[in-house]
Design a binder for this molecule. Structure first.
Ligand SMILES: Nc1ncnc2c1ncn2[C@@H]1O[C@H](COP(=O)(O)OP(=O)(O)O)[C@@H](O)[C@H]1O
Ligand SMILES: [Mg+2]
Length: 368
């Protein structure tokens, strides 16, 4: 392949089952000294068939990441560095992926409907108010599946409504005649209309009440299994991700500060910020926890504190935290965190284990 939107020949997936790889992504709003670094060097891999949860308080850069990765970013937003590579199903492992950031407009339209689609929070403003549900669904089909007849398109629209649990009678309804939960489910149906391999959901349930929220989440999980797609699910509510995600990435001030399998992150979070987020929301199932939350507010992105951007709010910060910027370090096979205190503790433990192994006469911790 030699089109200019195939990625560099070396860009075969680092993980054999990667469907979307984000590498070194940086997104600014504005330019020059006053630019806001909303996404500040993010690496993430979405694996085929997985739900990758992205959590973090408002302003941490989650939506900006979604916009940039799907090429929906608008000025003053600018992707200033990094790569987004999509690996279609069925492509040979040696084939280079698709360089999403270099896709020309025509190819991008196809990409956004048939390969990757996005569901945003504001369903009312994303739906066309003057078109009924049937038209919104069938327009997309008619545009991208020219071989389908009108009757086939309508049958598919009906099927999609059933899939998201909406009465097919609502096909003739207009957005303003639907409840918030129904509109959000129509948005999900719209995103699924061409069966994309990747769906990015940015806070798709945030404005809804808990009962509707749970019902929609259950649908998302069912659809993932039925349609065999991969999902990036963005939310500020970490307890929600505990229910549905396979892997969770926690973002703070434009960076991933911890990433781990969902059960590891929820049961033994390493970064103090992840622990704080977990204690900010009641868990939907799990044991009862005392909610303490996180003191203070997320930092102003135009004036990030020196060192670890979380240190002014962190109960465990030491002097180095206000000086050195932590990088992600490996805590386990698929577990990384960016915290100087945790990293030092992990090193100390490792050294202790090493010296115990080097001098077996020294008592191990359990023997002391
Ligand atoms: N259009 C914009 N112009 C300027 N700054 C923006 C714009 N959109 C977002 N930002 C800034 O980028 C940062 C990240 O925002 P966002 O990606 O929306 O975070 P999240 O989705 O996690 O709440 C925030 O500090 C926000 O103020
Ligand atoms: Mg957002």
């Amino acid at each position: 392949m030699s089109t200019d939107w195939t990625a560099r020949p070396s860009a075969t997936p680092a993980d054999a089952d990667a469907v979307l790889e984000i590498r070194g992504l940086r997104v600014d709003y504005g330019a020059g000294a006053h630019a806001i670094h909303a996404v500040n060097g993010v690496d993430l891999t979405l694996h085929r068939g997985e739900v990758l949860g992205v959590a973090g308080e408002s302003g941490s850069g989650k939506s900006t990441l979604a916009y940039a990765a799907s090429r929906l970013l608008r000025p003053p937003g600018r992707t200033v560095a990094g790569e987004v590579t999509y690996y279609p199903a069925g492509a040979g492992r040696q084939e280079p992926g698709i360089d999403v950031l270099a896709l020309p407009p025509e190819r991008l339209r196809k990409f956004r409907w048939t390969e990757l689609s996005v569901v945003f929070q504001a369903a009312m403003s994303s739906l066309n108010p003057v078109l009924n549900v049937a038209t919104q669904l069938t327009d997309a089909l008619e545009a991208h599946r020219p071989g389908m007849t009108r009757r086939q398109c309508l049958a598919r629209a009906r099927e999609l409504l059933e899939l998201v649990n909406i009465d097919v009678a609502r096909l003739s309804a207009y957005p303003h005649q639907l409840s918030g939960g129904q509109r959000q489910r129509i948005m999900i149906a719209m995103a699924l209309v061409l069966e994309p391999e990747v769906i990015i959901m940015d806070e798709p349930t945030t404005s809804l009440d808990v009962v509707v929220q749970r019902e929609i989440l259950a649908r998302v999980m069912e659809l993932r299994a039925r349609l065999d797609c991969s999902v990036i699910f963005i939310t500020h509510d970490l307890s929600l991700l505990a229910e549905i995600a396979d892997t969770i990435a926690v973002m703070y001030a434009g960076k991933v500060v911890e990433i781990a399998p969902a059960e590891v992150l929820c049961q033994t979070p390493s970064h103090p910020y992840s622990a704080g987020l977990l204690s900010s929301f009641p868990s939907l199932h799990g044991p009862h926890r005392t909610l303490v939350g996180i003191p203070g507010l997320p930092p102003d992105p135009r004036a990030l504190p020196a060192g670890c951007p979380f240190h002014p709010r962190c109960g465990e910060a030491v002097a180095a935290c206000s000086r050195d910027v932590p990088a992600l370090f490996a805590l386990g096979q698929r577990h990384q965190a960016a915290c100087l205190v945790r990293e030092a503790a992990a090193h100390a433990e490792l050294n202790a284990t090493d010296s115990r192994q080097a001098s077996p006469s020294l008592p191990g911790r359990a023997e002391r």
